[in-house]
Design a protein around this ligand. Structure first.
Ligand code: LIP
Length: 275
């Protein structure tokens, strides 16, 4: 299957995507090793506050994104790059890498293992590649459009045998969401006998949906770099996702992913008035 870019700038074949996936796995693992080194000496890191005291960034985030950007520029210089710390660099190939150097920054800086390196790629806003590396667990989740999803090289699939009453849902939220609305999602889930986790990394929780550990994931307002890789993983693992806005590189949007059998109910439970 050949993925033809809009305006026929470039046609990316499955082989092109497979090449990029192999590169992304190697690169994300190297970035993960660099991040893990920072993690072991996090007390030395210079930490800055972004929007509020819960929204932090450290030199680890910036240095790891710089490492990823340099690797991409060296190998696929015509591709675009969108990263959490340095924004959007337009490309000419039609493929844009969408990266979060350390997703779960709060967990990372507080010494908890639930963080990851998230490397996605999109063509015309559609996720086509996803690699999520969780160094503290020695796990590499990987997928490309049409190629299935794997965890450490072994095929993975969403948990079709679970539902919202016997499975666990991942939830995310932050200051962009009205507190009462976020609480209502939890209330709605508890009312049907469900339960949830929030580990601070939306990307890692999306990878858990793809691996069949979580039955679904919902977050009312999430950035493209947090979800693009996870969306590719969930779709290739047989799950259903709420398409991210085609112009979503510039603003956060609602994120929803689940098994096919639980998607509609989780959509209903987590639907809130968008501020
Ligand atoms: C995090 C997301 C998570 C969200 C957090 C934060 P970061 O990304 O993965 O889903 O709830 O507020 O945005 O900031 O750790 O890269």
């Amino acid at each position: 299957m050949t993925t033809t870019i809009q305006e026929n700038r470039v046609s990316l074949s499955d082989t092109d995507l497979a090449d990029r996936l192999g590169f992304a796995e190697t690169m994300a693992k190297a970035a993960g090793a660099a991040a893990l080194d920072y993690f072991t000496r996090r007390d030395e890191l210079v930490i800055e506050t972004k929007r509020n005291p819960q929204d932090l960034v450290s030199e680890a985030d910036k240095k790891v994104e710089e490492l990823i950007r340099a690797e991409i520029a060296n190998r696929f210089g015509a591709d675009g790059v969108l990263g959490e710390e340095y924004g959007l660099t337009e490309g000419t190939s039609g493929l844009t890498w969408v990266i979060d150097p350390i997703d779960g920054t709060s967990a990372f800086l507080n010494g908890m293992p639930s963080w990851c390196v998230s490397v996605g790629a999109a063509i015309d806003g559609e996720p086509v590649l996803g690699v999520i590396v969780a160094p503290c667990f020695d796990e590499c989740y990987s997928a490309r459009r049409g190629g299935g999803a794997t965890l450490n090289g072994k095929p993975i699939r969403v948990a079709d045998q679970l539902n919202l009453r016997n499975g666990v849902v991942g939830l995310g939220s932050n200051d962009r969401v009205e507190p009462a609305a976020a609480a209502r999602i939890v209330e709605n889930l508890f009312e049907i006998g469900g339960t949830f986790i929030r580990n601070g990394s939306g990307a890692l929780m999306l990878a858990y949906v793809a691996a069949g550990r979580l039955v679904g994931y919902a977050e009312p307002s999430m950035n493209a770099w947090d979800c693009m890789a996870g969306y590719c993983l969930v779709s290739e693992a047989g799950g259903t996702v709420l398409p991210f806005p085609r112009d979503g590189f510039h603003a956060p949007a609602r994120v929803l992913a689940a098994t096919g059998g639980s998607y509609a109910e989780l959509e209903q439970i987590s639907a809130i008035a968008q501020s």
